[in-house]
Design a protein around this ligand. Structure first.
Ligand SMILES: Cc1ncc(COP(=O)(O)O)c(C=O)c1O
Length: 488
């Protein structure tokens, strides 16, 4: 192939290492790659939200272990041909599936800077750790937590919830549980959440050795909030049966419809019963940034621990999960594990104890804090809060559009930024699943589905800051059109 058709011949790697001997070609190629992603984000509306990967593309993408080098431009071209067009789609304003944030160009740039520094945030004394500590301090302030509260970046809320269960477990059984295992007493521990809590809570119980059956799943009211009286009764019955309630998990934004439990009432109950009060605030907890949403989160400030994701409503690029624990010492005691090769010093690079690795199972840790720090600083929490409130206003707009269409029915109250509805039909479950798949394949929008009271619902979670009324109109129009065609 002539050189001009192949783009740059730059192949990374000088004689002895992986850095180039001449940086100018890498620099030029790097700028092209950066522009490529700016073009992608800027022009995202002109693309389909998602498109199926053609069999041919999947097959051509597969390759043998690359033993020989390739020019960076060629590898980038492969990325633009095979990876970029078939991404998840959550950068697109028409993406409303599951609970995915849209990311920002600012977060993307911060990822590049973090990649350049290649810092390991497991520990030691360097400024990247101060960046994480700064975000922890900001979140203490945002949640009204005390100075001794600890915080840690993790992959996502599933992991943050698991760590919270482990901290609560150590509080209930004593730190010796780390050496002895949960033993007989452990089999008597019981945790409580509503039936609407995310599945990762039961998984956390499973992974913690307490067993998913030790999670009592309490009923909900019409607004999908945990039934406090039923919870109180479940705790009483368990105590009477000789079991040991130890943990209540409240939801600040349920995954199905975005319901917020009565966090104040949960706090009071936990205080009375001496139970650990954890809040799964995967997307909802950051609502504290919005004066409109914050009052509905009253009680969050009283939690023993909060799990959340900056990569959802916070729009930080994946992944950026976070755990905050009121009693930082308890958090430390649950995970810290001295090792000769991790000896702490009072000066030099091995200073700065305690280290983030003392608060979780990860020793090697990436610099998730940087993209979060950039996002919070660049946009400011007021603007982020206003963006979150806007997604809630858009959800109400979608609710009104659904109410105005005879063919559509709303399946749950719209309390936050999630709307569950469906096309009316005799075979509604089957039909609505087909409608969603058809719309995915059309590239117009990407809602997801869930099941509410036994009914399959089309679920539009408006999390992306780019989503607008026109995207919701496109979704409604597509649902009506596909529904009509499929029922004709
Ligand atoms: C309420 C809730 N909890 C937990 C999770 C899991 O979070 P992650 O996917 O970051 O692990 C989600 C994900 O959508 C969620 O909505």
């Amino acid at each position: 192939m002539p050189r001009s058709d192949r783009g740059s011949d730059f192949a990374p790697g000088g004689a002895d290492g992986l850095d180039p001997e001449d940086w100018s070609e890498l620099r030029a190629q790097g700028h092209k790659m950066l522009d490529n992603m700016f073009d992608y984000v800027e022009g995202i509306r002109r693309r389909p939200v998602w498109q199926p990967i053609p069999d041919d593309a999947r097959a051509r993408f597969r390759a043998e272990l690359p033993r020989d080098p390739s020019p960076l431009a060629d590898v980038h071209r492969e990325f633009t041909e095979f990876v970029l067009p078939y991404a998840t789609g959550n950068v697109h304003p028409g993406f409303m599936g599951w609970v995915h944030g849209g990311g920002t160009a600012v977060g993307m740039l911060a990822e590049m800077l973090a990649g350049g520094l290649n810092a390991n945030l497991g520990g030691r004394d360097h400024m990247p750790i101060e960046v994480e500590r700064q975000v922890v301090a900001w979140m203490r302030q945002a949640f009204g937590f005390p100075l001794e509260a600890s915080g840690l970046f993790v992959t996502g809320t599933s992991m943050a919830n698991l760590l919270a269960v482990l901290v609560a477990r150590a509080r209930a059984l004593g730190e010796q549980v780390r050496q002895t295992g949960v033993g007989g007493v452990g089999t008597r521990l019981r945790a409580y959440s509503s039936v609407a809590a995310h599945g990762c809570i039961a998984q956390a119980m499973d992974l913690s050795g307490l067993g998913s059956e030790a999670l009592r799943r309490v009923g909900i009211d019409a607004a999908h909030r945990i039934d406090i009286a039923a919870l109180r009764e479940a705790i009483r019955a368990d105590r009477e049966a000789g079991l040991e309630p130890f943990l209540v998990v409240g939801s600040a934004g349920t995954v199905d419809i975005g319901a917020i439990d009565d966090l104040r009432a949960l706090h009071e109950l936990c205080a009375e019963e001496r139970l650990w009060f954890h809040i799964d605030g995967a997307f909802g907890a950051l609502g504290v940034f919005s004066p409109e949403i914050a009052p509905r989160l009253a009680g969050l400030e009283s939690a023993d621990s909060i799990a959340l994701d900056f990569h959802k409503w916070g729009q930080v690029p994946y992944d950026a999960g976070f755990l905050m624990v009121r009693d930082g010492q308890q958090h430390f005691d649950t995970f810290a594990a001295p090792a000769a090769y991790l000896r702490r010093e009072t000066r030099g690079l091995a200073a700065g104890s305690p280290w983030p690795t003392d608060f979780g199972p990860d020793l090697s840790r990436g610099f998730r804090a940087l993209k979060t720090w950039f996002t919070l600083k660049t946009f400011g929490t007021d603007r982020l809060g206003a963006m979150m409130a806007r997604t809630c206003a858009l959800a109400r707009y979608l609710e009104r559009r659904i109410a105005a269409e005879e063919q559509l029915e709303l399946l749950a109250p719209v309390g936050l930024n999630i709307v569950c509805f469906r096309y009316r039909a005799a075979n509604a479950d089957e039909l609505n699943a087909e409608i969603v798949a058809d719309i995915h394949e059309s590239g117009i929008a990407a809602p997801s589905t869930t099941t509410l009271a036994g009914k399959l619902a089309i679920r539009a979670a408006i999390v992306n800051h780019r989503t607008d009324e026109q995207d919701l109109d496109a979704l409604v129009d597509a649902v009506l059109k596909v529904g009509r065609v499929r029922t004709a």
